[in-house]
Design a protein around this ligand. Structure first.
Ligand code: ADQ
Length: 563
């Protein structure tokens, strides 16, 4: 079976050798106020590096709302890179962004069915806004643009672009986990969502486990069929679904950490510790990050390790608030602050605050220095697509005296950083034991583990990640153009294998389309057949009941990766 090895060293010239312009689409676009101002966040930095190397267009939501939203994107160009952003109406921002994206897709993809809002009007807004974005983007597209769509906010975007006659190569990368059918089937319009993946040419996930889950969902929701390798047929089109684990700019981050010795925040922190060892946690304030479990594990560690209490080991948890407009986040914020107060009250002393809890973002240089001075990086998400903090912590360490990474088995990063101390974050005692283990670990073992992890990070930087994805997107492994239908002969000719026998194919029954066939229109005379199966209307009502959503929503633009 022919498929790309995403772990092979990338070809950096791919950025420059793209045949067409690169168009990146993400929910939020970090519009700089000047060409010199760097974008914030891993994704932003990575995409900016790629777009600067090859030029292109970055399209998405401005993060602003107005009564009506904007009908035309506002564009700004810096050198060869154009940013195009649209405002949303308040209602759309509330229902699409705070609603379906952050209160339905986010919790379900993070296995939190208990927190999912299954409101039908939010789901409708999600498809409506995606259609709106597609219309606005379509006007700006050239025939040879390569389009790369990011994250769960925009799953159906390509479907709507195809409806408008777009036949460009379109790829999608999901930054968060994709659950198996038992969980994903709780999504309102689950089949419709899954079938809209069929409009992409390449769909990328963080881990092979996510890919496997996706393939299982396709089959179990009757949305398509899967064959060996990375190919799936979804809604009559072949898509390549593969794992493309995201990396960081390893060497640049390591360099930043080395230089951070002179950083003011780092110096102040060091002085305030008075020689005590530091454990560091860095996360957006999000229930997926396992913060409640983490502080409980730290308290258990103090409880169970008299030496740690005597040595006054300190934990620094840097956690900027996020999604404060979503009620679950407000509750979590309050509960966590209370718990931190309780732990400090119980263990603290007049000159020792065991748990320093900060709700502010930090500049990357300070963050890199704080990672470097920390004896332990404590990363305990209950579920995470990748978790870049784990990778940043490793990259920031001093080679001659590296700290220890304690990492949740439920982070995508655990699939790569196997030399970390891998823990089950739900198991508070095991996590507290891992902390004790980390402090007792001899220098040689720390060095060995760090070297192994650093080799992994160096072999797959964020630039490798982008270039692997773009290689896949610009390589026609399926022997088809984006506007072609699945053809028996083109499949076997292109990949050099016989079309699989029906027995080796997980088959789906004819099923509903993302939209009724009468709505499949095209513009400029370019028809875009999307399915060869008989069509039925999709079920319109999701299961479950609507949970009340906040009416007065204050959008708080976040500069982190997945606000
Ligand atoms: P996030 O859920 O935001 O990302 P993560 O991967 O850890 O999580 O990335 C967070 C980024 O924000 C890191 O680069 C980190 O340095 C930065 N950050 C966090 N707290 C900060 C603070 N206080 N100050 C400054 N910077 C801070 C989503 C998915 C992840 C996936 C990424 C990338 O949820 O699973 O790894 O996208 O694909």
């Amino acid at each position: 079976m022919v498929y790309l090895d995403h772990r092979a060293k990338s070809d950096p010239t791919i950025f420059r050798n793209l045949d067409g312009r690169l168009v990146v689409v993400s929910n939020r676009v970090p519009l700089p106020s000047s060409a010199a101002e760097p974008a914030a966040g891993g994704l932003a930095v990575a995409m900016e590096a790629v777009l600067k190397a090859c030029g292109g267009l970055w399209f998405g939501w401005s993060g602003r709302t107005s009564e009506e939203g904007s009908s035309e994107p506002q564009c700004r160009t810096f050198g060869s890179l154009t940013y195009a952003v649209c405002d949303l109406s308040r209602r759309d921002a509330e229902q699409y962004y705070c609603g379906f994206a952050n209160r339905t897709l986010w919790p379900i993809c993070h296995y939190r069915l208990d927190l999912a809002d299954l409101s039908e009007c939010n789901a409708a807004a999600y498809f409506r806004v995606n259609e709106q974005f597609a219309r606005q983007l379509h006007k700006m597209l050239r025939h040879d643009d390569i389009i790369w769509v990011h994250d769960y906010h925009l799953i159906p975007l390509a479907y709507f672009l195809r409806q408008l006659g777009c036949s460009n190569r379109i790829g999608f990368f999901l930054h968060i986990p994709w659950p198996g059918p038992a969980v994903a089937s709780a999504l309102p319009f689950c089949q419709r969502l899954l079938r809209s993946f069929g409009a992409y040419d390449v769909v990328g996930f963080q881990t092979q486990a996510d890919v496997d889950n996706f393939r299982d969902c396709i089959v179990s929701a009757n949305a398509g069929l899967t064959v060996g390798g990375e190919l799936c047929e979804v809604d009559g089109r072949w898509i390549q679904a593969g794992a493309f684990p995201i990396g960081i700019d390893t060497d640049a981050f390591a360099q930043q950490a080395r230089a951070a010795e002179n950083n003011r925040t780092v110096k102040r922190t060091l002085a305030s510790l008075g020689g005590r060892d530091l454990i560091i946690g860095v996360d957006r304030l999000d229930y997926s990050k396992g913060l409640k479990h983490r502080v409980a594990a730290f308290a258990a560690f103090l409880e169970r390790s008299p030496e740690a209490t005597r040595a006054r080991v300190t934990m620094l948890q840097i956690t900027p608030k996020s999604r404060s407009e979503v009620p679950e986040y407000v509750r979590m914020q309050r509960d966590l602050a209370e718990e931190v107060g309780r732990i400090n009250g119980k263990f603290g002393d007049v000159d020792w605050t065991p748990l320093r809890y900060i709700n502010r973002p930090m500049r990357p240089a300070a963050l890199a220095g704080l990672y470097r001075m920390s004896r332990v990086g404590l990363v305990t998400p209950l579920r995470d697509g990748m978790n870049l903090v784990a990778k940043e912590y490793v990259a920031a360490q001093a080679p001659d005296n590296p700290g220890v990474l304690v990492l949740s088995q439920f982070a995508g990063a655990a699939h790569e950083l196997k030399s970390a101390l891998i823990i089950n974050p739900y198991d508070i005692e095991a996590t507290s034991d891992a902390l004790a283990h980390a402090f007792a670990m001899p220098l040689d073992e720390r060095k060995d583990r760090w070297r192994a992890m650093m080799a992994v990070l160096r072999a797959n930087s964020v630039h490798d990640w982008a270039s692997h994805f773009l290689e896949a997107l610009t390589t026609d492994v399926k022997g088809k153009s984006s506007d072609s239908r699945v053809a028996e002969h083109s499949f076997s000719n292109a990949v050099g294998v016989a079309r699989p026998e029906p027995s080796s194919v997980a088959r789906r029954a004819p099923s509903a389309l993302p939209r009724a066939s009468s709505q499949r229109r095209s513009t400029k005379g370019a028809t875009q057949p999307l399915s060869k199966t008989p069509r039925r209307k999709p079920p319109l009502r999701p299961n479950g009941s609507a949970i009340r959503i906040a009416k007065e929503t204050l959008l708080n633009p976040q500069t982190l990766l997945t606000p």
